[in-house]
Design a protein around this ligand. Structure first.
Ligand SMILES: [Zn+2]
Length: 564
């Protein structure tokens, strides 16, 4: 039996995570994401590769979503409501709570503000979410009689989970995005030591080793403080959920300590609404936040207030969180257009920006002009600060996880091609584990070892137990075992013994191994003997003997007779 792994997205790139794994006759879709860098058909995974006829209900056993980021859940309403998948869908409770906020925000930006053709409607999001079954951490869920799944804490964003799946003796883990170090509002990823045939892991920072978190935070605060002291405005494009809360905790804390009065704004009601969920789902946050919860809920920000559109051109310094991250459109782009031309202002970019977004253009060498389309150009004179803290694990974290789990095989997804190739080389050479980094729409076949339980008859066991010793004159160094204490015994060597038997496999019965002598009895049949007799004329025979050796083949005119 082999595990078949079809990578529909996040193969040698970041975006539209979607991996379909066939394991023991079950077919699981891990994540159903969209690519934020494309507006054409490349935005969604190519679902026709799962089923040419479009009968996804018989082609898939279930879908499991690891977390609420759009590159992991963005294509789900389209797949269920437009393409017609009606089967089971699993995700954690926080993911189920927050994924609709992300999807609705995206839909509004694309359809209502940019006038794009609607891919899925508000009702589609609502109907899709009704089909979701929630997962608790470390709870084993029996999807059907053969398939078991379990979620583990992944850090990264609230509710993110790594997924363990097992069919028979074959087991695997799909990590989704994860963080091996805790941050201000989330703990580090946690998983049991599992016996795995396959580990599919993200590799966003396949070659990056990050320095201390505190140094990175200090650097960020210094850049923000310098900008507002000079009367500038700070634009922080973020996804509404995740980094926004992490950075808010950091700034709110800093404002309190430094007694700053400059306003910090959230761009949309969405993030305020998201903070409500963060307050409710305190059990999924870091230990520190849980511990201080009785005194004060960390998500009750003292210095953060909602932003009004009219404030875009108001004078004076401020800090603004605006969606979407990476400045791929929407409100963050609107504000960027207004603020980028002033050298007093600052734009902070997330640690990773998908190719095709303005964030990505700003990161790859500071451009002085950005062309949005043929009529719209932005003169970029503001300062750019790249946030070096990110909710993804770094290369050391990936290597630590792979070493800890020691699977038989690793598949890398969600990374950049050259960096993935480097990490693949390290996993193979340093850990001795087979590793693949398939491109989109490629299939990888992973051989698995299948353990089959068999009974053995007493007679067969007896035939195995006869020790097969023979004497040698020179004692061997490996015979220093205590069972061979005396000098005479140390001259005995046990041979590798080959025992022959017959494996009997019958439907609905456990297979068993029997001796040759008891085989017929096992089958409840009587012995049937066949004898062969060969005769040929005496003269012919004499001729043959005189001209060839007696072991040659029988002459062609000889005849056989059979007796029973
Ligand atoms: Zn993510």
């Amino acid at each position: 039996m082999a595990i078949e792994c079809l990578v529909l997205g996040a193969g040698q790139e970041v975006g539209k995570s979607c991996v379909v794994v066939s394991i023991g006759g079950k077919r699981i879709m891990f994540d159903c994401g969209m690519h934020m860098g494309y507006l054409d058909h490349r935005r969604y995974p190519d679902f026709s590769l799962i089923s040419e006829t479009g009968d996804f209900n018989s082609a898939l056993t279930c879908i499991i979503i690891t977390h609420f980021h759009l590159d992991h859940v963005g294509a789900l309403p389209y797949f269920t409501e437009v393409r017609g998948y009606q089967g089971p869908i699993f995700m954690t409770y926080p993911t189920k709570a927050m994924a609709p906020l992300m999807l609705e925000d995206y839909r509004k930006v694309m359809v209502e503000r940019r006038g794009e053709e609607e891919q899925f409607s508000h009702d589609h999001i609502v109907d899709c979410m009704k089909k979701v079954t929630t997962l608790d951490l470390k709870q084993t869920v029996q999807v059907d009689k053969d398939l078991q799944i379990r979620a583990y804490y992944a850090g990264h964003v609230l509710g993110a989970a790594m997924i363990y799946a097992k069919v028979g003796d074959t087991a695997m883990v799909y990590t989704g995005d994860y963080n091996m170090t805790p941050d201000r509002h989330l703990g580090a990823a946690q998983i049991d030591r599992l016996q795995l045939d396959l580990l599919i892991t993200e590799s966003t920072y396949a070659t990056t080793i990050r320095d201390s978190k505190y140094a990175r935070e200090r650097e960020f605060l210094k850049a923000v403080h310098k900008c507002i002291s000079g009367g500038g405005k700070v634009l922080i494009p973020t996804f509404a959920l995740g980094r926004a809360q992490e950075l808010c905790i950091l700034l709110d804390d800093y404002w309190e300590r430094m007694n700053l009065k400059i306003p910090i704004y959230f761009s949309a009601g969405l993030t305020i609404q998201a903070n409500k969920y963060y307050k409710m789902l305190i059990g999924w946050t870091s230990q520190k936040i849980k511990d201080t919860y009785a005194i004060r809920n960390t998500f009750d920000f003292k210095h953060v207030c909602p932003f009004d559109r009219s404030l875009i051109n108001a004078s004076g310094p401020c800090v603004l969180f605006a969606t979407p991250g990476m400045i791929s459109g929407g409100f963050s782009l609107e504000v960027f257009k207004q603020w980028a031309p002033s050298e007093k202002n600052l734009v902070t970019l997330p640690g990773y920006c998908v190719a095709g977004t303005i964030g990505h253009k700003l990161m790859s060498g500071k451009p002085t002009r950005i062309d949005i389309d043929k009529d719209t150009h932005i003169d970029v004179r503001c300062q750019i600060h790249q946030l070096s803290f990110s909710p993804h694990t770094d290369a050391k974290g990936i290597m630590d996880l792979v070493e800890f789990l020691s699977p038989k095989h690793v598949i890398l997804v969600h990374g950049e091609k050259p960096k993935m190739a480097t990490l693949k080389g390290r996993i193979q050479s340093e850990l001795g584990i087979q590793c693949n980094d398939p491109a989109n729409n490629e299939t990888v076949l992973i051989p698995t070892t299948q353990n089959v339980k068999i009974n053995a008859t007493k007679m067969f066991m007896r035939s195995c137990s006869h020790a097969d010793f023979h004497s040698v004159k020179n004692s061997l160094p490996c015979l220093s075992d205590s069972s061979f204490g005396d000098s005479e015994a140390s001259n005995l060597v046990r041979n590798e013994k080959v025992v022959e038997g017959i494996l009997v496999m019958e439907k609905t019965k456990t297979a068993k191994i029997v001796c040759e002598d008891e085989f017929l009895q096992t089958l409840h049949v009587e012995e049937h003997k066949v004898q062969f007799e060969y005769s040929c004329p005496a003269e012919k025979c004499r001729e043959q003997v005189s001209c060839q050796s007696n072991s040659g083949p029988p002459p062609s005119d000889g005849n056989f007779s059979e007796t029973c």
